[in-house]
Design a protein around this ligand. Structure first.
Ligand SMILES: NC(=O)C1=CN([C@@H]2O[C@H](COP(=O)(O)OP(=O)(O)OC[C@H]3O[C@@H](n4cnc5c(N)ncnc54)[C@H](O)[C@@H]3O)[C@@H](O)[C@H]2O)C=CC1
Ligand SMILES: O=C(O)[C@H]1O[C@H](OP(=O)(O)OP(=O)(O)OC[C@H]2O[C@@H](n3ccc(=O)[nH]c3=O)[C@H](O)[C@@H]2O)[C@H](O)[C@@H](O)[C@@H]1O
Length: 640
């Protein structure tokens, strides 16, 4: 594939939908010049004689794509920059309606609080500090600066910066199916931007994309608006679902990739200023476009690799006397290794790890580096191996006979504190269990209503148009764990929701504050003339901590600065779903003794996330199987 001059000439992602005669997108021909990412000569002199270009301050940002990344990211940018108008646009009307309602389409701890401040504005208030001197803090009112709309062209036309945050799944058909990235949504979004944006708009890749996509974006813009200047940046997002708000408020780093031309660097500087209102400059890293695009794929691949690595060790623990949590702790204390992402379980899920590794593998293989591709592919193989190991354990402990038995599943989302079920390991687990013909598979998840779970099952687990849902099939979704587990022979924990832990957690983490942050203890921080939004967050945490109730609840307003939320229309399905919990509070820890009382002997619990203490559960009458930990089972080969 390498040509004689060493210039690469293969493609990472074949053309997905564009109807022009352009080459497949994006291509992997590195820009000829190592200094600038324009189509210039190899001896480009731009880098040597750079004129200084300064972009005007950003006053208006439009985010295209109101999903799990676009919505929270735009909300935090708006929250931290009251002087910038931020719009979030999407083609999906229902999604935008939800963003404008009290039922946000994305469930994230703390998100509603951030959205209410930025979307609805705040009242002026005076706070009496709960300290010895009862000092007063005055908070001015704030105008709304976050808007959700389906009017893509109008919002794009008004923007100085457009963040493209649309879905980039793996291709499911055609050339590269199951490996390459489907850039159809990105292409359509960039086409809308090309048609409406004003000259000089900075177009930012927020989506995770194959290397070389910035160049594809440039081609699309040029195709529709020849001669009009646009700058393209890569600014990948590193938030994790369930902790999105904390990740956005306290990012480890902000990565900005740009072309190394004066205008590219100036565009990067303009975007840097937007983040600099709350992120230290030392954490804002500027690199070239390729490095930025590749770094995002590599970050996800390496996180997933750690999970697969520890999961292989859990398989060894399962057959020896070692305990995987003890092994993780022992190695994680080595600062070179670190303690994060060493939690063994039934494997990772979610919409990104698999697709981003596949994208990396596709890139490596298209660069004729099969060994590199195989190496990363093994991370995915181990993930499947681990999930299969878990289900096989369930079936074998139940004597290979699930007929006539009820199996309860606790957790359907791919991780805790989200309503996202994309690529959840639960889907494959349920498919395998179905083949064993159990009497019932009963599902409960604190993040999804039974209606949502049923819709998901029909979408993903349906075979030859026959629904596995009751009454035709054995699958049923419940609104609480007690009904789901009632009369069951086994409970499978598939998502590490805190509610399922045993023993229960003493206190849940704040959605806004880092656990090592001591500033909340010091009220002096609030006694200054102008408070930033971060100061106000800390103030609200301070007031919360000083109040009698330490519980973080959605819609809580410790500073009394929020406006009332809009009322829902009568018969709102989401309000009804919220009340379907049959009197059981979703945030309450599961009463495992109550579950044990109503289960069939021998009361199996298969802990796919290692979140219950087997010994303690044994005392409640359960038999427990975990992943790589001593459960209630026959002695292992090397037990002493
Ligand atoms: N979900 C996550 O935690 C993270 C995702 N990412 C990346 O961010 C990107 C977005 O991911 P999600 O937010 O999870 O996806 P999502 O599917 O939740 O949201 C994408 C949104 O874009 C909209 N959209 C598609 N084409 C459009 C168009 N032409 N015009 C306007 N709107 C359009 C869709 O209707 C959808 O609402 C992906 O590339 C993903 O890999 C990156 C970091 C974290
Ligand atoms: O690009 C993305 O989409 C994002 O992907 C992941 O975030 P996310 O998938 O939302 O959540 P993670 O916390 O990474 O968890 C992913 C899966 O791994 C599992 N996991 C995580 C950690 C661990 O130690 N063990 C483990 O099995 C989780 O249960 C979950 O199923 C990355 O953590 C983010 O940095 C990245 O921005």
């Amino acid at each position: 594939m390498s040509s004689s001059d060493g210039v690469l000439s293969d493609y990472s992602t074949p053309q997905t939908s564009i109807g022009s005669s352009r080459s497949p997108t994006p291509d992997l021909i590195p820009d000829k010049c190592p200094n600038c990412f324009d189509d210039c000569d190899i001896n480009c002199s731009k880098s040597g004689q750079r004129e200084r270009v300064v972009f005007p301050a950003v006053g208006n940002i439009c985010c295209v794509g109101a999903g799990y990344v676009g919505g929270p990211t735009a909300a935090v940018i708006a929250f931290q920059n009251p002087g910038i108008q931020v719009s979030v646009v999407d083609l999906d009307e229902a999604r935008i309606r939800k963003w404008n309602s009290r039922h946000l389409p994305v469930h994230e701890p703390g998100l509603i609080d951030i959205v209410r401040v930025a979307r609805d504005g705040t009242k002026a208030t005076e706070i009496t500090l709960s300290n010895d001197d009862n000092e007063k803090v005055v908070l001015p009112s704030r105008e709304p600066n976050l808007f959700f709309s389906t009017n893509v062209s109008e919002c794009v036309a008004a923007a100085d910066v457009v963040l493209v945050s649309v879905n980039t799944p793996t291709k499911s058909s055609g050339i590269g199916a199951g490996a390459a990235t489907n850039l159809a949504a990105l292409e359509s979004a960039v086409t809308s931007v090309a048609q409406a944006a004003k000259p000089g708009t900075v177009v930012v890749e927020k989506s995770t994309v194959p290397c070389g996509t910035a160049r594809t974006i440039r081609e699309i813009l040029t195709l529709h608006r020849p001669g009009v200047p646009f700058e393209i940046l890569s600014n990948p997002e590193f938030l994790a679902e369930g902790t999105a708000i904390k990740d956005l408020l306290y990012p480890d780093r902000i990565l900005i990739g740009s072309s190394q031309t004066p205008t590219g660097l100036a565009a990067a500087a303009a975007l840097k200023k937007v983040y600099a209102t709350w992120v230290k400059p030392s954490k804002i890293v500027t690199v070239n476009l390729w490095s930025s695009e590749l770094a995002k794929l590599v970050a996800n691949a390496m996180l997933a690799q750690r999970i697969s690595s520890i999961n292989t060790i859990s398989a060894i623990c399962d057959q020896t006397g070692a305990d995987i949590d003890e092994v993780s702790k022992a190695i994680g204390l080595d600062q070179r290794l670190g303690s994060k992402f060493l939690k063994a379980g039934l494997g990772f899920g979610g919409s990104c790890f698999k697709k981003d590794i596949l994208s990396l593998v596709y890139l490596a293989r298209s660069l004729h580096l099969p060994e590199v591709g195989d190496y990363w592919m093994s991370v995915l193989s181990i993930n499947e191996f681990q999930r299969d190991r878990f289900v096989n354990k369930v079936v074998s402990k139940l004597n290979g006979a699930l007929v006539g038995k009820k199996i309860a599943i606790l957790g359907y989302t791919f991780k805790q504190d989200t309503n996202d079920t994309r690529e959840s390991p639960a889907i494959e687990v349920i498919k395998t269990l179905l083949a064993e013909r159990p009497a019932e598979i009963a599902i409960f998840d604190p993040g999804c209503s039974p209606t949502e779970v049923r819709q998901e099952i029909n979408r993903h687990v349906c075979s030859s148009n026959a629904t596995p849902l009751k009454p035709q099939g054995p699958v049923e979704a419940y609104s609480n764990s007690y009904d789901a587990c009632f009369d069951s022979s086994a409970v499978l924990i598939l998502t590490p929701w805190d509610q399922f832990r045993y023993p229960a957690l003493a206190q849940k983490d704040s959605a806004f504050r880092k656990s090592d942050d001591q500033s909340v203890e010091n009220p002096q921080a609030f006694l200054k003339p102008v408070l930033s939004e971060m100061d106000i967050i800390t103030l609200s945490e301070y007031q919360r901590a000083k109040s009698t109730s330490h519980v973080m609840t959605a819609n809580s307003d410790p500073l009394s600065r929020l406006f009332n939320q809009v009322e829902c229309p009568p018969g709102c399905i989401h309000c009804q779903n919220a009340h379907q919990a049959d009197g059981v509070k979703m945030s309450e820890s599961v009463d495992w003794a109550r579950i044990a009382y109503n289960m069939k002997e021998p009361k199996w619990v298969f802990d796919g996330r290692n979140i219950v203490d087997a010994k303690g559960m044994e005392a409640l009458g359960f038999r427990v199987e975990s992943m790589g930990k001593a459960g209630t089972r026959s002695p292992r080969a090397f037990d002493v």
